[in-house]
Design a protein around this ligand. Structure first.
Ligand SMILES: Nc1ncnc2c1ncn2[C@@H]1O[C@H](COP(=O)(O)OP(=O)(O)OP(=O)(O)O)[C@@H](O)[C@H]1O
Ligand SMILES: [Mg+2]
Length: 351
């Protein structure tokens, strides 16, 4: 479970890229109509923040916003969390308690990670969503709840439905309006703004005054593939503020899965020596180029100088090695072992 932290807890979705402006527009439109909204997107793209925004933009903003994390395992505890219970409904149920449904009356009920929900709980949830009438565990009285339903998931629910892991009728009930949060790598123009924002937030929080990030690092971050999206960016900003060192930021960037070297050192018993040596040399050269580019913060002119080859020669080698150009797509980065300092920051991490 991730809790929204920092000043963004109820804050706006920052960003000026067309895709994030479109999300803002969709949220404003969705806030005006009382239909269920499903927010999808990769982890850390701001689904929860969007759900909170939706609530704040709606007429229900003065009523509660209730978040429920949907579990993967069946359990009475979750049912009781959703629907409440009467005294004696089960062991330890001493007092009567209203569930999240009831508490969200007049407000918004946010079902987070709905794709995780166990099948038996899915049917119970569907039942409650049919007419928004709930009965507490161990009770008989039906209570009608007036709540706006917002769900979020990072799973592709259509696939879960096809696999028989998610009820199709529940899917149709929650998927009335759909908002798809864009991954950060698809809106790189927002990276500088977000980075500056979070550096400022953590500078204030930790009473530190780190230097502004160098333009070359900022360029590198704009090209980075951000597998953990904005949560990863926020952690990186925090790390930079705490350690005040760009090297640590670079070291914590992750290499894209698909760019990991695929050629193993294994010897092929049936291939000619010449061919195997060529492959091994290419592999080694690729590693060296990557390492030097990384050490030079992806500045290709500097890298060419330290490799003592021409700039054009380096560009050719980058292309030959199948590495993307830094401006176009994702920079491949060989992970550098996380040192003790970074380990120390882990204790305060949000992830
Ligand atoms: N557009 C944005 N502007 C500023 N901060 C953002 C933005 N989007 C997300 N964040 C921040 O990034 C972090 C992750 O956001 P959030 O928890 O909403 O993502 P999520 O999609 O729900 O992630 P998960 O799937 O992992 O639960 C939060 O700290 C949030 O405040
Ligand atoms: Mg979330």
């Amino acid at each position: 479970m991730h809790d929204i932290t920092g000043d963004q807890a109820n804050g706006a979705l920052l960003g000026e890229s067309p895709s994030i402006l479109r999300i803002g527009e969709q949220l404003r439109k969705a806030a005006r109509i009382e239909v269920p909204v499903l927010i999808t997107g990769e982890s850390g793209t701001g689904k929860e923040l969007a759900a909170r925004q939706l609530h704040l933009l709606s007429e229900r903003r003065h009523a509660p916003f209730l978040k429920v994390n949907c579990p993967a395992i069946p359990g009475q505890l979750f049912e009781s969390e959703l629907f409440g219970h009467e005294p004696g409904a089960f062991t330890n149920a001493r007092d009567a308690r209203a569930g999240k449904f009831e508490q969200a009356h007049k407000g918004t009920l946010f079902l987070d990670e709905i794709g995780e929900l166990d099948l038996s709980l899915q049917s119970k949830l569907l039942h409650a969503l049919q007419d928004f009438r709930v009965v507490r565990l161990g009770g008989v009285t039906e209570r009608t709840v007036d709540a706006r339903l917002v769900c979020a998931t990072n799973r592709v629910l259509e696939e879960e439905v096809a696999k028989g892991l998610f009820r199709v009728d529940l899917f149709y009930r929650i998927n009335v309006l759909r908002i798809e949060m864009p991954p950060l790598r698809e809106r790189p123009s927002d990276v500088p703004l977000l980075m500056k924002h979070y550096i400022q937030v953590y500078s204030q929080r930790f009473r530190k005054a780190p230097a502004a990030l160098s333009p070359s690092l900022m360029r590198l971050l704009e090209c980075y593939h951000w597998p953990g999206n904005i949560r990863e960016l926020e952690n990186l900003a925090k790390r930079y503020v705490v350690l005040g060192d760009e090297e640590h930021v670079i070291a914590s960037l992750r290499e894209p899965e698909e760019l990991r070297p695929t050629i193993s050192d294994a010897i092929d018993l049936n291939a000619p020596l010449k061919q195997q040596t060529k492959r091994a040399v290419q592999h080694l050269e690729r590693k060296i180029i990557l390492g030097v580019l990384q050490a030079n913060k992806w500045n290709r002119r500097k890298a060419a100088r330290s490799l003592d080859i021409s700039y054009r020669g380096l560009l050719y080698k980058i292309k030959e090695a199948g590495l993307p150009s830094v401006r176009s797509t994702r920079p491949p980065l060989t992970p550098v072992p996380i040192d003790e300092a970074v380990e120390a920051v882990r204790a305060t991490e949000i992830m």
